[in-house]
Design a binder for this molecule. Structure first.
Ligand SMILES: C=CC1=C(C)c2cc3[nH]c(cc4nc(cc5[nH]c(cc1n2)c(C)c5CCC(=O)O)C(CCC(=O)O)=C4C)c(C)c3C=C
Ligand SMILES: [Fe+2]
Ligand SMILES: [Fe+2]
Length: 346
């Protein structure tokens, strides 16, 4: 029997610094997140970052936490329930980090008799630190614990027409009747080094703008920078946004290495100082609202904008558990479910 595993990033069990520390330790010790040799990662993460960050992050989580728990997890669960209502095969939800482990998610499906699993990472754009780490961890778990299970991966869906349609519709609804000067499409950043590491063109990418922004080539299957840019371009086209009224930025950088630019926080500050009064921010790298959208953008970003003279700051919700998004995922699941049936009939 077939089944589906939806996968998101995960959150700490609570907003207590000790739980945040445990979560950050698992997250940042992932070699696809902090991609330095293990000894250096231990030194950096356990010797430096985890001494101060858990307390800071715990405070940030306290500002956005809901009665039911972490917004990212609650919203992912609501999405999963809607998808399950639409399809006839079992659907489970797991997180790459934290207590809702991938192993538990696979086990839940196996307990229902599932032997073929389609994994759907809830990330529209591919990144080493997101899609790839899920794919690799699932493979490891299947080899070690579930050898009877076969896995079908779902590639990044940033350019799938159905996704562009649903994302544009959700943004369009928020923009209706709204007076604004500029829309920032703010994506989670990654170190520039990650883009070069995922480059499948033998070192062609020099991060100088010539490679990543070239259109329509399969070489961008693993280029996060390209996929973010194309997400913006596709939505702008669909909504008929005029050139100059929107731009792409990257948020949430950590550490001192160069990350993808322009940085969201500095752009908000620069625009406010330059006279932009009404700014809209949309965050299409995140399927579910989370710490990075609810605190970093909606709270910190808004504060920066107002401090430098900005007047109206609007954030657009992520797709979360929108009916049309749940229906789109269900359609993809159904298309996969009937593949073998079609082959058998033919
Ligand atoms: C959307 C895709 C994401 C990418 C790409 C990504 C890369 C990445 N993240 C960090 C470090 C942190 N990220 C944190 C939170 C966080 N990150 C994502 C998504 C992506 N990260 C989400 C959805 C969240 C929110 C989780 C939640 O519980 O709401 C955090 C923890 C919070 C904090 O202390 O700021 C860290 C740390 C790195 C280093 C990285 C790429 C290398
Ligand atoms: Fe992150
Ligand atoms: Fe490139």
């Amino acid at each position: 029997m077939k089944g589906v595993l939806l996968v998101n990033l995960g959150s700490p069990d609570s907003t207590k610094p000790k739980d945040v520390k445990k979560y950050l330790d698992e997250f940042l010790m992932d070699p696809r997140v902090i991609d330095v040799p293990r000894w250096a990662r231990i030194l950096l993460v356990r010797g430096i970052i985890l001494n101060t960050r858990p307390k800071q992050s715990a405070k940030a989580y306290q500002k956005i936490w809901w009665e039911e728990g972490s917004p990212l997890i609650v919203l992912s669960e609501r999405l999963k329930n809607k998808v399950q209502d639409n399809v006839t095969i079992p659907v489970a939800l797991a997180m790459r980090y934290g207590s809702m482990t991938l192993k538990k998610g696979i086990q839940e499906l196996v307990d229902q008799g599932v032997t073929e699993i389609k994994t759907i990472p809830l990330y529209p754009q591919f990144a080493m630190a997101t899609t790839e780490t899920i794919d690799v961890k699932v493979d490891e778990l299947v080899t070690e614990f579930f050898p009877q299970v076969t896995i079908t991966r779902t590639p990044a869906f940033y350019n799938k027409p159905g996704y562009v349609e649903v994302l544009s519709k959700s943004i369009g609804e928020s923009l209706k009747g709204l007076d604004y000067d500029h829309i920032l499409f703010s994506y989670h950043g990654v170190p520039e080094r990650h883009i070069r590491k995922s480059d499948i063109t033998n070192g062609n990418c020099k991060m100088n703008g010539k490679c990543c922004f070239k259109m329509g080539s399969p070489q961008h299957e693993f280029c996060y920078r390209h996929q973010c840019e194309i997400t913006t371009v596709n939505v702008a086209k669909k909504l008929g946004l005029e050139r100059g009224t929107y731009s792409t930025t990257f948020q949430s950088r950590l550490g001192f290495d160069p990350w993808l630019q322009p940085y969201t926080d500095r752009t908000i500050e620069r625009m406010g100082k330059a006279g932009t009064k009404k700014l809209v921010v949309v965050t299409p790298a995140f399927v579910s609202d989370c710490l990075e959208t609810l605190e970093e953008i909606a709270m910190e970003g808004q504060e920066i904008f107002h401090e430098v003279g900005g007047e109206e700051f609007t954030t657009i919700p992520c797709l979360n558990d929108r009916d049309d998004f749940a229906e789109l995922l269900s359609k993809w699941i159904d298309e996969w479910r009937i593949v073998d049936i079609k082959t058998a009939i033919a």
